[in-house]
Design a binder for this molecule. Structure first.
Ligand code: PLP
Length: 248
């Protein structure tokens, strides 16, 4: 009886070890990037992007010390958040935000990183006012230098020149607390120059709204460049959780 279950460790134990090892590697990368940039490790927050991975992984990550997780789809996120309601986690939304889903997202998310148009302010603000704490938001900036490419839905975000006006709208919305800017480096481009562009936009936004100090930039493949350019939040999925399962 005592030996029956000994043949192999439970799958969750293997997964826990796998996640802990990957987290340690990412942590080392962040630490090294901070040191190279002359920055403090505490100045960069690791947000683990758990989209397409099960709630059981979120639980293991929390046990391993992760405090911030991000999701990109409303429905999937709600289910996961419900399953992990007992965990002390900050939930970020990083997906494309439809106007008719904005209020629903604002009911479970702690931070909405993907605010990219003025039309979202009314629903976000309405839902945010029902909350006990303000809804933290970031303005998503498109770093695609070709305006035409930015029009395509593949990379969402407001053009850099429109970021300050949108930030001011967010800052003026009751229940919403503007924290800064977010961006994804364009595919195939040079992440360092993209993040330098974002740093300039972040400075303009901060000049208009001094409390907007967050810069969310950098993913599994380019977190070093983001930290070098001043990112305060890196959003890492694949490097922690592995290749994402096929999207349904
Ligand atoms: C999926 C996603 C990430 C994580 O990307 P990885 O390359 O897997 O680290 C980061 N930011 C956003 C907006 C995402 O959608």
């Amino acid at each position: 009886m005592t030996t029956a279950g000994r043949a192999g460790a439970p799958a969750s134990t293997d997964r826990a070890a796998e996640l802990a090892a990957a987290l340690a590697t990412v942590e080392e990368r962040i630490r090294t990037a901070c040191a190279a940039a002359g920055r403090q490790r505490e100045d960069v927050t690791l947000v683990v992007v758990t989209k397409f991975f099960p709630a059981s992984d979120v639980r293991l990550l929390a046990t391993a010390g992760v405090r911030h997780v991000a999701e990109s789809r409303h429905q999937e996120a709600v289910a996961k958040r419900d399953a992990c309601g007992d965990l002390d986690l900050t939930w970020h939304f990083v997906g494309g935000l439809q106007s008719n889903k904005a209020a629903a997202v604002a009911r479970w998310a702690d931070v909405v990183q993907s605010v990219d148009r003025a039309k979202l302010m009314a629903p976000l603000g309405r839902a945010a006012e029902e909350r006990s704490v303000p809804l933290d938001v970031l303005i998503q900036v498109s770093l695609d230098r070709s305006g035409e490419a930015a029009e395509r839905a593949s990379r969402s975000g407001v053009p850099p020149r429109a970021a300050v006006a949108l930030a001011e709208r967010a800052a003026a919305t009751d229940g919403v607390r503007l924290r800064g800017v977010m961006a994804v480096a364009p595919h195939g481009g040079d992440p360092a120059s993209a993040f330098a562009l974002l740093a300039g936009v972040a400075a303009e936004v901060r000049a208009a709204v001094p409390s907007a100090t967050w810069v969310s930039a950098g993913m599994s493949g380019d977190l070093e460049e983001a930290v070098a350019a001043g990112a305060t939040h890196v959003r890492v999925g694949t490097a922690v959780l592995g290749t994402r399962p096929p999207q349904g």
